[in-house]
Ligand binder design. Structure first.
Ligand code: GLY
Ligand code: MN
Ligand code: MN
Length: 435
């Protein structure tokens, strides 16, 4: 669990970045409905969660850097016994102060009367427009009113600055408690992948495997951090395959991309293994290429190396391997330069990971790849996909899709691999599947 103190530290750090002339506003995610009164599972906005740990809807956070060296206010739903009978216990303003460490809290119903006062005297508002259009309108309305009054020497903000740059830079660097949560998330996801390997056999359905994954997540009090991909055979070549309803056939590979969300933090793991527990010759050959690319890429993960080096390392090895197997023609340098590998290596080799599975943070600074720093967490996930219709390739490869994905933390030395619990060598996979 991330402690109250850490959330308070994050708010203070953000207020120091935005400066005393500012006011910071964040809105909780809105509850979305599937139909009538049936809601989609509620997930708090990750920025809001990062600064509060507060996971209720209908809430707003106002941070005032000028006041007493940083003042945090929460607006949230008041406790209501009738409503709690339907939806369960809520925090109320008392809970927001006591359990979440806010300096003050008010009912969200008082927002309209209190917020304009809180904006007085501030030069600029840090707020992300576009996430909550209804509130955007309200805020712009107030600012227009302020502008009219300013002529009568009424000091009020006339500038809205996106929060995401400063906040997302903070979110990119994970603290020790965050890494602990992510390790836990990764361990649970690893357990789910191992379970899938152990139960998988020809004749099962992708849905059976999907259910096994969710079973492990739920028993460990986790959600899935995204809809799992369980793709047998050529379904593995559909990158965002989520229907997960086909039969698993003897002789096919199965690609599973599934991660857990623990305490708000995502893991993201992919493993590819044979449905019947034994890799065929060609499956082995292509798998070894992807694995070698991934190991080489992970080898480049350390403080001081450019982010793009991870991708370049993976692509070089994967391209070399595809040439050796006859999947690509011609020489290595030409295949790299002219990007022939992109026919079958279609995505990047990784992304930041954190509260969001595709987490926030810039990949480039001033047009250059950023340099890896301690505490950054990302995935390393090379993949080669030969669609069934790839006529340029010998048919032994067609319909094979292989990705191997692990989650790594940048340290001064070699990468800290959060997902090491689930094996990826051919021998280990075959041994686990036979057990
Ligand atoms: N599971 C999404 C991804 O691997 O990026
Ligand atoms: Mn993934
Ligand atoms: Mn990923």
């Amino acid at each position: 669990m991330i402690k109250q103190k850490e959330y308070a530290r994050r708010r203070t750090q953000l207020m120091e970045m935005t400066g005393v002339e500012s006011v910071i506003i964040l809105r909780a995610a809105t509850q979305k409905f599937r139909n009538n009164d049936v809601g989609y599972p509620y997930r708090q906005d990750s920025d809001f969660l990062y600064l509060s740990g507060f996971s209720e809807p209908e809430a707003m956070m106002v941070l005032l850097p000028a006041k007493k060296g940083g003042h945090s206010i929460m607006f949230c739903r008041e406790r209501d016994p009738t409503r709690e009978m339907w939806d369960g216990v809520t925090s109320g303003s008392e809970g927001a102060v006591e359990d979440y460490g806010f300096d003050e809290a008010f009912p969200i119903t008082e927002m309209n009367e209190r917020l304009p006062d809180l904006l007085h005297g501030r030069e600029r508002i840090f707020y992300d427009l576009g996430k909550d259009p209804e509130f955007d309108q309200l805020l712009i309305g107030w600012m227009n009113e302020f502008r009219a009054k300013t002529r009568k020497k009424f000091l009020a903000p006339d500038e809205v600055i996106a929060l995401n740059h400063s906040l997302h830079e903070m979110r990119l660097f994970k603290s020790r408690p965050e890494i602990t949560a992510m390790r836990k998330s990764a361990r649970i996801a690893a357990q789910a992948h191992k379970r899938a390997m152990q139960v998988c056999e020809p004749g099962m359905n992708e849905a059976d495997i999907h259910a096994e994954l969710l079973n492990i997540f739920t028993r460990n009090h986790c959600e899935a951090s995204y809809i799992p991909i369980v793709g047998g055979g050529a379904n593995a070549c559909v990158l965002h395959y989520i229907s997960n309803r086909d039969e698993l056939h003897d002789g096919d590979l199965l690609l599973i991309d599934a991660g857990a969300e623990y305490d708000g933090y995502a893991s993201d793991i992919t493993r590819t293994f044979p449905v019947n527990g034994k890799f065929s010759g060609p499956q082995k050959d292509l798998y070894e290429v992807v694995l070698a690319a991934q190991l080489e890429a992970i080898d480049t993960v350390r403080e001081g190396n450019p982010w793009e080096q991870v991708h370049e390392a993976a692509v070089r090895i994967a391209t070399e391997g595809m040439i050796e197997l006859g999947i690509l023609k011609g020489g290595l340098e030409e295949a790299l330069e002219e990007e022939h590998f992109k026919n079958y290596y279609v995505h990047n080799t990784g992304h930041w990971l954190g509260l969001d599975v595709h987490d926030v943070g810039e990949y480039e600074i001033d047009g250059h790849s950023r340099v890896l720093e301690k505490g950054m967490v990302f995935t390393v996930e090379p993949g080669i996909y030969i669609p069934p219709a790839a006529k340029a390739v010998d048919k032994i490869w067609r319909g094979m899709g292989i990705r191997i994905e692990d989650d790594v933390v940048v340290t001064r030395e070699e990468a800290d691999i959060l997902t090491f619990d689930v094996c990826k060598n051919i021998d280990q996979i075959e041994a686990l599947m036979a057990s």
